[in-house]
Design a protein around this ligand. Structure first.
Ligand code: CO
Length: 435
């Protein structure tokens, strides 16, 4: 089957870590003729050109310049990371002389109970020494390698009445029997084809090996790991590649570290996006004033998944502003600006979807529920512009096996293709024209 959903599930399978997701994206960009730029070099870009740049190999920004040259930007931003467990530097820990388990810590806010009793593996990046050089290599054990076993109910009678999991005690994965001591780094070196002592350090994470599944009475649902936020990264990439580009510079951005607050050198709270915008402007000959004018006239869609009403807890959702799977792109609203959406950006984005024939839904939290946050408002503190927060409605956010709507992958690709192809012209503060 080659529906957009099965392609997305395959993208997830090939993206076990943020590094692998960005690698997968840059491979596609290269195949499609994009030119890689390095942040460490001077940039030379030209009208009609298409480029991308990575930072830390876990964030990527790509852009397409129209034939007319320098112009305002239309940006879609999503994130490459998902909640998981990170291996500590010395990860192996022997228990009773009979087991080797791995010492891990939480990355982001996962639902811990979902990580038990399922085959897991390990992926990420390592730094490999080669003489005086240090090289980044991505690594994926690619097999069912570890598992976090539950306690038997006979020793934990309260497990079904709200057990308080301790991540330093309950969530450490089993890697092998006693004789496995010392074999983790040996296995990683073997997968990479390098001597074990060449591995200088690593950023290694657990991932869920359960394959994706399309299911339901009419195959209307699908489940797989990391739907938040690879679904938005994947669909925005497809739209970016499909869309023509006239009158504005289309930008596709995927940031790492959203799940831990975006405050890293490669996160949405870094200079990455503003560096790319200002360096592109400078390379196209724009003055500082022209650059600021273009950024002020730019528009961003912050794309991160949204909550579908849970079938067993509809009371947790706002009565009038609730969203469902397969019912279209979600525009997210929050009075305290956890979401950037306002009357301006909501009106513009909804109009674009309407013209593209894509259904739109509006989400607000119940006023007595705090809700989540995302990267749009954070990115806006570095490059400020009209921004809308959008996503696709999904269930079980931050489970290691999430669920979303089969029809929505196509909804988002069509909505964002229309967004990239629409000329949003600012006539005055608060006055716009869609071309
Ligand atoms: Co997210």
């Amino acid at each position: 089957m080659h529906t957009p959903v099965s392609h997305f599930i395959e993208f997830v399978r090939r993206s076990p870590s943020a590094f692998h997701a960005v690698d997968e994206i840059t491979r596609t960009l290269l195949e499609r003729g994009f030119t890689p730029l390095s942040e460490q070099d001077a940039w030379s870009v030209a009208p009609g050109g298409r480029y991308f740049v990575t930072r830390n190999r876990s964030s990527v920004v790509a852009f397409a310049i129209p034939e007319c040259g320098f112009a305002p930007f239309q940006i879609v931003a999503s994130h490459s990371d998902s909640p998981t467990f990170k291996l500590k530097p010395a990860a192996e820990d022997e228990v009773c002389g009979q087991y080797v388990r791995l010492n891990v810590e939480r990355y982001g806010g996962m639902i811990m109970s979902t990580w038990f009793d399922r085959p897991l593996s390990i992926a990420g990046r390592v730094l490999v020494r080669d003489g005086s050089r240090m090289l980044t290599r991505l690594v994926d054990l690619g097999r069912d390698a570890v598992l976090i076993p539950n306690m038997p109910i006979h020793f934990n009678r309260e497990v079904n009445s709200g057990y308080n999991y301790n991540p330093q005690v309950d969530l450490l994965p089993l890697y092998g029997g006693g004789e496995a001591r010392g074999s983790l780094m040996r296995e990683i070196a073997k997968v990479l084809g390098v001597p074990e002592d060449a591995i200088a350090s690593g950023d290694l994470f657990l991932y869920n090996r359960t394959p994706g599944s399309i299911w339901g009475a009419s195959d209307e649902f699908f489940s797989c790991p990391r739907i938040d936020d690879l679904e938005c990264a994947y669909t925005s990439l497809q739209a970016f590649l499909l869309a023509g580009c006239e009158g504005h510079i289309n930008v596709f951005a995927v940031f790492d570290n959203e799940e831990v607050g975006s405050g890293s050198k490669q996160g949405a709270d870094s200079t990455l996006l503003s560096d790319v915008l200002t360096r592109t402007a400078a390379a196209l000959g724009a003055s500082d004033s022209q650059t600021r004018a273009a950024i002020a006239a730019s528009f961003m869609a912050s794309a991160d998944n949204a909550h579908a009403v849970h079938p067993n807890h509809p009371e947790k959702y706002d009565a009038q502003n609730r969203t469902f799977m397969n019912a279209g792109v979600v525009i997210k609203h929050n009075a305290n600006q956890k979401y950037t959406t306002d009357a301006v950006s909501s009106a513009i984005f909804a109009a674009i979807c309407e013209r593209a024939g894509v259904p739109v839904q509006h989400f607000s939290n119940r006023s007595d529920i705090l809700g989540g946050s995302t990267l749009g408002n954070i990115a806006n503190t570095h490059a400020s512009m009209n921004t809308v927060d959008i996503g696709l409605a999904q269930l079980a956010m931050h489970s290691c096996y999430e669920t979303a709507g089969t029809a929505d992958v196509d909804h988002m690709i069509r909505a964002l293709t229309a967004f990239y192809e629409t000329q949003i012209t600012t006539r005055a503060d608060g006055e716009f024209e869609l071309g």
